[in-house]
Design a protein around this ligand. Structure first.
Ligand code: PLP
Length: 381
């Protein structure tokens, strides 16, 4: 058996950067703002946006985006039903109503036609999730948002490094949310996030919301809190790790694109396994390589298929077994009259394979052999 490597891989530079800040005894952003400021500057430069605001998670990034936009009770926010729970929970934190919408078979992202149908006079924003590193149809979504006066929030937690045409993610939404959780494309040592924006007023509001709603955090502190805020700050050692990781980002994304292309080649021709596509001008950053099983070609359910793969040493996972409209936490918000055929199909059939930069060609050959063998052994062809 070939050992398929895990992700992330932290190098000496990341460790040294964190230790330097720990040794300095200036670990909070309040006493070590230069580390957080340097990380924000690196993120803003990479994305060619004027402002990046670092926070302690991708969930906090989505929450603060909605808070900064003033979304609250009585407002509706459109969210795909096929995504990670944290694309939608922040809507509920704000006392607003998540309106779940179906996705497209082609890219697993929001279907603009379904979004247009879901808009009501109460709709205030659309959360466009770039799932698995594949950008959502941002041009079409932006057009709908502009037509109805809605805010487009890009949830790019899984998609740092992705482009749509010649523009990086972050160029389309009023805010764009990033996550640096442990196995994301880059990490700030386990947890972390950031918000990108071109709007200086929103950037200022995000900074205030991030730190207890305090009017200014410069010394001497005034302890003056004009709005309801949170403690969503990133620490200095985490930010220092993040700055090193931003320096590696272009290489990481290139590796992921190469691995995805190699996997597509190695997995071609298995009738029971439909491979992920690239839609329109999207240039994905390939966080996960997500395939769809075809029961009509003899494939079993993803739980069974991925369990067989894991027994053979391939860390495959069912890719969101439960859509958000069937999660108990969102039961009060679900419109029983709305159908989600694509999301239901994906939840019943999709699984993901790793394509991260630690994977080499020999691992790809191994993974493809195992997928082929499991598909054949389970009756799939
Ligand atoms: C689409 C999406 N949005 C938001 C988040 C939340 O990010 P975090 O785990 O950093 O809070 C995640 C995390 O995986 C995600 O996948």
């Amino acid at each position: 058996m070939t050992d398929v490597p895990t992700w992330p891989r932290m190098g000496a530079e990341e460790c040294d950067a964190a230790i330097e800040w720990i040794r300095s005894n200036r670990m909070t952003q309040l006493h070590g703002p230069d580390a957080v400021g340097a990380f924000e500057a690196a993120l803003a430069a990479y994305h060619d946006v004027p402002h990046a605001v670092a926070v302690n998670s991708g969930t906090s990034a989505v929450h603060l985006s909605l808070a900064a936009l003033g979304i609250g009770p009585g407002d509706e926010v459109v969210v795909p039903t096929y995504t990670f729970v944290a694309s939608a929970t922040p809507v509920v934190y704000q006392g607003a109503t998540p309106v779940f919408v179906d996705v497209r078979e082609s890219d697993y992202c929001l279907d603009p036609a379904r979004v247009a149908e879901a808009v009501t006079p109460r709709t205030r924003a659309v959360v466009a999730v770039h799932l698995n590193g594949h950008p959502a149809a941002v041009t079409a979504l932006r057009e709908i948002c502009d037509r109805h006066g809605l805010a487009l929030v890009e949830d790019a937690a899984q998609a740092i490094g992705a482009r749509y045409g010649d523009r990086s993610i972050g160029a389309f939404g009023v805010t764009t949310c990033l996550s640096f959780w442990q196995d994301k494309i880059i990490t700030t040592a386990g947890e972390g996030g950031a918000i990108l924006t071109a709007d200086p007023g929103i950037a200022a509001r995000l900074r205030q919301l991030r730190s207890h709603g305090e009017t200014a955090v410069d010394a001497p502190r005034l302890y003056h809190h004009s709005i309801l805020g949170y403690n969503y700050r990133l620490t200095a050692p985490q930010a220092a790790v993040g700055t090193v990781q931003v320096g590696r980002l272009a290489d990481f994304v290139e590796c992921r694109r190469r691995n995805a292309a190699l996997l597509s080649e190695a997995l071609s021709g298995i009738a029971a396994v439909r491979l992920p596509g690239v839609v329109g001008p999207a240039v994905p950053s390939w966080w996960k390589y997500t395939c769809v099983l075809d029961p009509e070609a003899g494939a079993p359910a993803p739980a069974e298929f991925t369990e067989a793969l894991r027994r053979r040493g391939v860390p495959a996972q069912p890719r969101y077994p439960i859509p958000l409209h069937r999660q108990p936490v969102f039961a009060p918000y679900v419109d029983a009259g709305r159908a989600y055929p694509v999301a239901e199909r994906l939840c019943a059939r999709a699984f993901s394979l790793p394509v991260h930069p630690a994977i080499e060609e020999r691992h790809i050959a191994f993974i493809a052999d195992q997928v082929r063998a499991v598909a054949a052994g389970s009756g799939g062809r």
